[in-house]
Design a protein around this ligand. Structure first.
Ligand code: GLU
Length: 514
């Protein structure tokens, strides 16, 4: 039974890199018929940010990344928040000490700082490890009896892992293959702190084991910690889960990790939902509030670092793999083997492209409900069926719902201003005469598409050798206010005869050219 977990720390809003990690875990779990668990890793109380846990839950829920067990829904392996599991970690630290895999260390922060300085002065870096631990204040250098006396006397201490000297530790990674590191490069990490809380490393391993996690799928930034984790499993005599370390999400230019500042700089969110920082009051934009559809965000993120492989029978076509995939299709196609080893560059145009594609999948009714909300904000009302028709006609021009009003407003309100550039380009002095003629035509022919088309374009414009672009665009200026919009006769049919004539009359009156 596959069991995976997403294990964020509630230190702020969830970065979209973290969302991708959650997504890959979810896709894998669903495909394997396994379970997906949400565990909150809040052992570092100094970095705790109120509201972050709620934010994470809301964001993943918005995206349709569902959990089978977790901090918000409970489950048979709970509690799922590490601070609520606090009493259970101590025994594991004790066990490691009893088995010689860990030791007590009493070094005061000032003593550690002094050591660091001493090494720096010699252009070296201090590391608490097999070479230096003998010269520090710990139960190995002082002896267990003295250590116990200090503990009984209430002296603060931490528990550190004791790496064996000079052994090669291999992490089997499902994406990178074997990654080997020598223990001499690794420091004796703190596992348990003087405040009675475990550190991330101990809690993470104990929880993954006791929650029977089979696959650890997480960001590449945890790869350097993986040898310690492998050693911890060994020390406990537990079977380690399988590891898969995901490539980084890179800046659009490709140099370095995608950061919050890149988002601000280039105008795209790096967080799923808008985040209001409780301390600074700073607001960071979110995909949801920017008008991205959750399905588009999921699809885009899935392809940042993974692809479903070549389409069968597809030779040299571009793109070589299917790009638009629903959550169900992603679940079907997802595989760890196709996750890239290299970082994936974020691409804003692609993000917009996905949103545009998914926007087209919305029904006219759904698009209309976005539009109606915006109409309400502008104090405009219209017949629902008419709004639905406008929505259907115009949605192909829309990437974000917020563009709807701006794109469609002239279906509901007559222009009060006329774009100067368009007027200068199209509305020659004779247009007043031609627009009057348009009114006459509308008044004299049946109000039907074909009839108007013929009377206007063939019998008037063509027959008199007029410039079609100029006349039709002047009509457009009169009706829309500028030279944008759908097919002109269709627009006239939508607005109706009276309204069209009213708009043309107004333009004749208002537009002054000489
Ligand atoms: N709490 C860690 C984080 O915030 C989880 C790392 C892991 O998945 O092991 O990224």
């Amino acid at each position: 039974m596959v069991r995976v977990r997403f294990a964020p720390s509630p230190t702020g809003p969830l970065h979209i890199g973290g969302v991708r990690t959650a997504l890959y875990n979810y896709l894998f779990a669903r495909q394997q018929g396994g379970k997906m668990i949400l565990r909150i890793e809040d052992t570092d109380q100094t970095r705790f940010v109120p509201g972050a846990e709620q934010y994470i839950i809301e964001a993943l829920d918005w995206l349709g990344i569902k959990f089978d067990e977790g901090v918000h829904i409970g489950g048979p392996y709970g509690p799922y928040r590490q601070s609520d599991r606090k009493p259970m970690y101590r025994q594991y630290a004790d066990q490691l000490i009893a088995d010689g895999w860990a030791y007590y260390a009493f070094d005061k922060p000032e003593a550690l700082e002094a050591k660091r300085k001493e090494y720096e002065a010699q252009k070296k870096t201090f590391q608490y490890d097999c070479n230096t631990r003998g010269g520090m204040e710990n139960s190995l250098s002082l002896g267990m009896e003295e250590a116990q006396r200090r503990i009984d006397a209430g002296e603060p201490y931490v528990v550190r892992f004791k790496f064996p000297d000079n052994i090669d530790i291999t992490v089997h990674d499902l994406i990178r293959g074997d990654v080997t590191m020598n223990s001499r490069l690794l420091d004796d990490k703190v596992l348990f702190k003087s405040d009675g809380m475990p550190t991330y490393h101990l809690a993470n391993i104990v929880d993954d084991h006791t929650m029977e996690i089979t696959h650890v799928i997480r960001g590449e930034e945890w790869l350097p910690s993986a040898p310690l984790h492998v050693m911890l499993y060994k020390a406990f005599g537990w079977e380690a889960p399988q590891f898969a370390h995901l490539p980084l999400l890179l800046k659009p230019e490709g140099n370095g990790k995608l950061s919050k500042r890149d988002g601000d700089r280039l105008g795209f969110p790096v967080f799923p939902l808008e985040w209001h920082d409780p301390k600074s009051g700073e607001i960071s934009s979110g995909y949801r509030e920017k008008g991205y559809l959750p399905e588009a965000v999921v699809n885009m993120l899935a392809l940042l670092g993974w692809n479903p492989g070549k389409r069968e029978g597809d030779n040299g076509a571009n793109p070589v793999y299917q790009e638009i995939m629903s959550m169900d299709e992603l679940i079907k196609l997802f595989n760890i083997e196709h996750i890239s080893k290299n970082g994936a560059k974020f691409n804003l145009d692609k993000a917009k492209w996905f949103n545009h594609e998914y926007f087209q999948k919305l029904s006219d009714e759904e698009v209309a409900s976005y539009l109606e909300a915006q109409m309400k904000e502008h104090g405009v009302a219209a017949d629902h069926a008419y709004v639905v028709k406008v929505a259907g006609m115009m949605k192909e021009r829309i990437t974000f719902p917020s563009e709807l009003w701006e794109t469609c407003c002239y279906f509901f309100v007559a222009p009060t201003e006329y774009n100067e550039k368009d007027v200068a380009k199209r509305w020659t002095p004779d247009m007043h005469i031609h627009m009057q003629k348009v009114i006459d035509i509308l008044n004299s022919v049946p109000f039907e598409y074909e009839a108007i088309h013929k009377a206007l374009l063939d019998d008037y414009i063509a027959a008199n050798g007029l410039n079609t672009g100029k006349v039709m665009n002047s009509l457009r200026i009169a009706v829309v206010g500028r030279t944008v919009g759908p097919d002109m006769i269709t627009l006239v049919m939508m607005l109706g005869k009276e309204e069209t004539i009213r708009r043309v009359n107004r333009a004749i009156e208002k537009i002054k050219v000489n």
